[in-house]
Design a protein around this ligand. Structure first.
Ligand code: HEM
Length: 349
């Protein structure tokens, strides 16, 4: 674990200091200097020609040249007294989320699993040809997306995150993704995913029909994710988030059943237990997970994740960095800031 001394962070912070006006929306929901300009198209293409340090880092992560996880950690730097660090508010948000996401038993809470799903339903409502949608905070904002049937069950975490937003004045789009990344690392064994801020908030609702249906055939699900630039391999990694999940609406007679035997821990039991559910019926296997786990384009990867936490965490983190940037415009991408250091430390078990 790399801990920076307050002095180092102070000097780095001063060197890298940017005026808030030059960093629209970083750390603030009120600093929207220009409306969001959504850019249809794949992030890999949008990154072409971007030469900022952050743009190059994101490129390297997406190309597998750099890890999508980081254990860089610091306490709130002294530069925050002068408001000079773009991550200042995120240290405060992080402390508030820890209270909500970490249970007394050290495992992650219902709100944490809600935040993981929320980050997906906000960012994932996007496709290559979408004029809007993606990681833009629209699900947290006042566009009525919370009333769509596919977002059933997300109302409580949405209300909770809206109060965090109101308290700290951060952007909706960034908060949805920061909360996802905070939740995964709060779950024991969860990845500490590189976390970027500086997205612009939505000006419209996301298009409908772009989130997966639990009863769809595997080919339909694979195509839906390919249209968002995820390979079947990425999809196998992403649905592993059901390691921390419970279902309430697929079968209301079995409401609150978890999708693996350890929903408070971000482990790989989900992969094995989807293939071989315990006979006592203690878990609920989603029809979509069942068909994906046996599909020829997914099954090899699925089996590779069984018993291999390190492999899954890295693949999940890499796919999530892509997810967390869907729909983010070319003009925003090069100016993002990394605030991973404001997340809590990972919890190995
Ligand atoms: C094929 C793709 C997917 C399908 C069909 C799907 C479907 C579902 C369904 C039906 C539920 C249960 C909702 C309820 O009844 O309460 C659920 C829960 C959940 N999903 Fe997914 N999902 C998919 C992918 C993902 C991805 C990519 C993520 C995150 C990366 C994710 C994270 C979660 C979480 C954390 C929960 C539990 C929420 C809670 O317990 O409150 N899912 N999903």
């Amino acid at each position: 674990m790399v801990r920076k001394s307050a002095l180092t962070v102070l000097s780095l912070g001063l060197l890298a200091a940017a005026s808030p006006a030059a960093v629209p929306n970083v750390g603030s929901g009120t600093l929207q200097l220009a409306p969001r300009v959504p850019t249809p198209g794949l992030i890999d293409d949008l990154l072409g020609g971007i030469t900022t340090e952050i743009g190059l880092l994101i490129k390297d992560i997406l190309n597998g040249l750099k890890s999508a996880q980081s254990d860089e950690l610091s306490s709130k730097p002294l530069t925050c007294l002068l408001g000079l660090d773009p991550c200042c508010k995120w240290y405060d948000v992080s402390a508030a989320l820890t209270d909500l996401f970490k249970g007394a038993n050290g495992q992650c809470t219902d709100l944490a699993r809600g935040a993981v799903r929320f980050g997906f339903h906000d960012a994932g409502a996007w496709s290559e040809s979408s004029p809007n949608g993606g990681a833009d905070g629209s699900l947290m904002m006042d566009f009525g997306e919370e009333n769509r049937p596919e977002n059933n069950g997300l109302q409580t975490i949405r209300t909770t995150l809206r109060s965090v937003q109101a308290k700290f004045g951060v952007g909706y789009a960034d908060l949805a993704q920061f909360a996802h990344n905070h939740a995964t690392v709060t779950c024991p064994r969860g990845p500490r995913i590189r976390t970027f801020v500086g997205r612009k908030d939505a000006t419209k609702a996301a298009p409908e029909g772009l989130l997966p249906d639990v009863h769809s055939p595997a080919d339909t699900l694979i195509k839906l994710f390919e249209d968002k630039s995820f390979t079947p391999h990425d999809l196998a990694a992403l649905v592993g988030a059901h390691t921390s999940a419970k279902q309430r609406f697929v079968d209301t007679a079995q409401a609150n059943k978890p999708m693996d035997t350890t929903p408070g821990v971000w482990d790989v039991e989900f992969y094995n237990e989807t293939l071989h559910p315990p006979a006592n019926g203690e878990i609920f296997v989603l029809p979509s997970d069942q068909v994906l786990s046996k599909h020829p384009r997914v099954e090899d990867e699925w089996k590779e994740f069984v018993g291999d936490q390190r492999h899954w965490n890295e693949d999940y983190a890499k796919a999530w960095v892509r997810m967390s940037l869907l729909g983010v415009g070319k003009s925003e991408l090069g100016g993002l800031k990394e605030c991973t250091r404001a997340l809590p430390a990972a919890v190995p078990v």
